[in-house]
Design a protein around this ligand. Structure first.
Ligand SMILES: *[C@@H]1O[C@H](CO)[C@@H](O)[C@H](O)[C@H]1NC(C)=O
Ligand SMILES: *[C@@H]1O[C@H](CO)[C@@H](O)[C@H](O)[C@H]1NC(C)=O
Ligand SMILES: *[C@@H]1O[C@H](CO)[C@@H](O)[C@H](O)[C@H]1NC(C)=O
Ligand SMILES: *[C@@H]1O[C@H](CO)[C@@H](O)[C@H](O)[C@H]1NC(C)=O
Ligand SMILES: *[C@@H]1O[C@H](CO)[C@@H](O)[C@H](O)[C@H]1NC(C)=O
Length: 489
């Protein structure tokens, strides 16, 4: 059962429509929930033993639902069967409880007790329907809110996860995205009564990031995750592609991404430190990839795709790199640090944080300055260490990037983390290159030597060759002789 019960929606009004000189109470219940049809007679000392009778009026025929005789015996008709009961009847409350109400339980019910009156109740069943019940993003979905019997006029409004949704129609068709996932509430209003019903919708596809063009932030030199989490328990055949380099925002740096239609067919090589999700992962629906060391130039858009029940779903995201630029003067003081992002359209403010490790492992953070740039007028021993630029969006911190200020032996200098940590890689690279050149040279020398070794004896090869030829010839001649001596048949 998909229904999520968010409390029984129950609304009552003293309806004014007269039927056999009686008032009709309105009860609205969500399909699948328990409906309570009220029937409270005036109390008297006799109420414990009074007989009462619940009937249902269907197509102007009356049928008994539940009947209590004066003796206290209760009879139920097959109409509702064991789903109907009156738990408080011994206290004079003859309210009818119907478990797991269905659409065809809707209609008119009348409660009566001899000599004590009648109560009429209209039971309306409200439900939200999705078809198909579980949607795949990119597919279409029909959602409908129905009230049976339908009051007229009926006013309907919708909420998605508690926020007003733009339609007032009873049913509508959607092109599904992850934004449609969650709790849909249908609110109804008619003749002074209100009720609501909520049902949750699950959208299969890529849960995180939930929408295209999300920005993913990473400091240069850091280990960044490119998220791509599918809904659980779906088959997938996922892959990662790099679509463009540079940033999509025109305000910071010029974009090098090709037009959208073009980019679909083109993919660029993935960065060197790109690690694909492992197929033996514990959660196979988590297809997040990561870059072990983000480098300048890794920014740009990436696309993760996979199959959900045979349907291709994909998500594009932009990796935004953050780095610290320094004043490029020979003199190192004053040192100006500038926080630069490849795309800053979501950034609302920057702050500089001093991180100190006074006592070993415990880091102490102090916010030094608000703003994109930080000026260190006189570099002193105190300025040595980590400076972190933290950037915030409307909904909190987006990320940070660290810069290391180093001061060595009176000579003041500053270095970015990326440069220092690039150095070992560079060193290893050059050692490998030298080794490779040496190996090639060695091989060439060996080949040269071998040729020289063979040349002094050119006749040897010829002798061996002619010997083999002679043996072959002898063999052939023997075969021919054999053939000629055999009798013909
Ligand atoms: C939907 O409602 C359920 C039950 O109240 C709740 O646990 C869940 O977090 C809600 N989902 C969203 C997206 O609000
Ligand atoms: C980078 O992050 C991923 C995912 O969080 C992790 O599995 C991996 O071990 C990290 N790599 C390094 C070098 O820290
Ligand atoms: C996964 O994708 C490859 C290449 O697109 C295709 O050949 C293969 O049939 C797919 N596998 C499944 C299970 O769909
Ligand atoms: C380091 O910690 C010890 C105790 O944990 C404290 O006595 C000492 O003052 C600390 N040193 C600094 C420089 O904060
Ligand atoms: C920088 O970001 C990392 C990863 O999100 C976080 O663990 C760390 O606390 C942040 N540092 C500062 C100073 O905000």
């Amino acid at each position: 059962m998909l229904l999520i019960l968010l409390g029984v929606a129950l609304a009552m009004t003293g309806g004014n429509c007269a039927y056999m000189e009686q008032e009709w109470l309105e009860v609205v219940a969500q399909e699948g929930s328990q409906a309570v049809l009220p029937c409270v007679m005036s109390l008297s000392s006799q109420s414990h033993f009074a007989a009462f009778h619940w009937i249902r009026i269907r197509e102007s025929a009356e049928r008994t639902v539940l009947h209590r005789k004066k003796s206290g015996l209760i009879y139920r008709n097959t109409e509702l069967g064991q789903r109907s009961h009156c738990p408080d009847s011994q206290f004079g409350d003859y309210s009818l409880h119907i478990d797991a109400v269905r659409e065809d339980d809707a209609g008119k019910y009348v409660c009566s007790s001899p000599g004590r009156g009648r109560t009429g109740v209209i039971l309306r069943i409200i439900k939200v329907c999705f078809s198909p019940p579980e949607a795949i993003e990119g597919g279409s979905l029909k959602m409908a809110c129905s009230v049976t019997p339908r009051p007229d006029p009926l006013h309907i409004s919708w909420k998605l996860n508690g926020v007003d949704y733009k339609t007032n129609r009873e049913s509508s068709k959607l092109r599904v995205s992850q934004m449609h996932q969650g709790n849909w509430t249908c609110l109804i209003r008619y003749g002074g009564a209100t009720a609501e019903v909520t049902q949750s919708l699950r959208v299969k596809g890529i849960e995180n990031p939930p929408f295209d063009k999300a920005l993913v932030y990473a400091g240069i030199g850091s280990n960044a995750t490119l998220p791509c989490v599918f809904t659980q328990g779906v088959t997938l055949n996922s892959s990662w592609k790099r679509l463009s380099k540079g940033s999509s925002s025109s305000s910071s740096s010029p974009s090098s991404s090709p037009p959208r239609g073009f980019s679909r067919h083109l993919s660029l090589p993935l960065p060197l430190s790109f690690i694909r999700p492992s197929s033996s992962s514990l959660s196979p629906w988590d297809q997040s990839a990561w870059l072990e060391r983000v480098e300048v130039g890794d920014e740009g858009s990436y696309r993760c795709s996979g199959e959900v029940e045979g349907k291709l779903v994909e998500r594009e995201m932009e990796l935004v790199t953050a780095r610290v630029l320094t004043s490029q003067s020979k003199k190192t003081t004053p040192l100006t640090l500038t926080c630069q992002l490849s795309n800053d359209k979501e950034v609302t403010r920057y702050e500089w944080v001093r991180v100190t490790h006074d006592n070993g492992s415990v880091a102490k953070e102090t916010i030094v300055e608000e703003g994109k740039t930080l000026k260190l007028p006189k570099l002193t021993e105190d300025d040595m260490g980590e400076w972190v630029c933290r950037y915030h969006g409307e909904r909190g911190p987006l990320g940070n990037v660290t810069y290391h200020v180093q001061i060595m032996g009176g000579l003041k200098s500053a270095r970015q983390e990326e440069q220092t940590s690039n150095r070992p890689a560079l060193a290893i690279g050059s050692v490998l290159l030298v080794l490779l050149v040496l190996l090639i040279a060695l091989q060439m020398y060996r080949n040269h030597r071998r040729r020289k070794m063979i040349l002094p004896y050119p006749a040897l090869e010829n002798i061996a060759h002619s010997l083999a030829n002679k043996r072959e010839e002898r063999e052939r001649r023997r075969m021919n002789e054999k053939k000629s001596t055999e009798p013909m048949q």
